[in-house]
Write a protein that binds this ligand. Structure first.
Ligand SMILES: [Zn+2]
Length: 115
């Protein structure tokens, strides 16, 4: 199955962790082999860092570092830039042999971008 979500897309979380459901964010990474995506502000994980001592003998604590963990690609839907609603993605063939992604909502159906 082809991956229809791309880096830079805005997606909405439709299933998965309750606290992430309904969130929208930009796709910052697509992990094709795992069929997972990293979405800005979704699936936030916290990494705790140890205290480190500087040469001057001061302890500094970089503290908690927050980052987005990958989520399954089937948990997100593309947000159509034309109608602003989450949609499945269709393809439309162009006369020149190219292809565009298109919104599958009946009341929209607009082209999204060329692939
Ligand atoms: Zn649309």
């Amino acid at each position: 199955m082809r991956v229809k979500i791309r880096k830079g897309d805005t997606v909405e979380v439709i299933s998965g962790r309750l606290e992430d459901k309904g969130k929208r964010g930009e796709v910052i990474n697509v992990l094709l082999e795992d069929r997972r995506v990293v979405v800005q502000g979704v699936n936030i994980r916290t990494k705790h860092q140890k205290q480190v001592q500087t040469q001057a003998g001061r302890n500094i604590n970089p503290g908690r570092i927050q980052f987005e963990g990958p989520i399954d690609i089937s948990n997100v839907m593309l947000v159509c830039p034309a109608c602003g609603e989450p949609t499945r993605v269709g393809y439309r063939l162009l006369a020149d042999g190219g292809k565009v992604r298109a919104c599958r909502r009946a009341n929209c159906g607009k082209d999204i971008d060329r692939v």
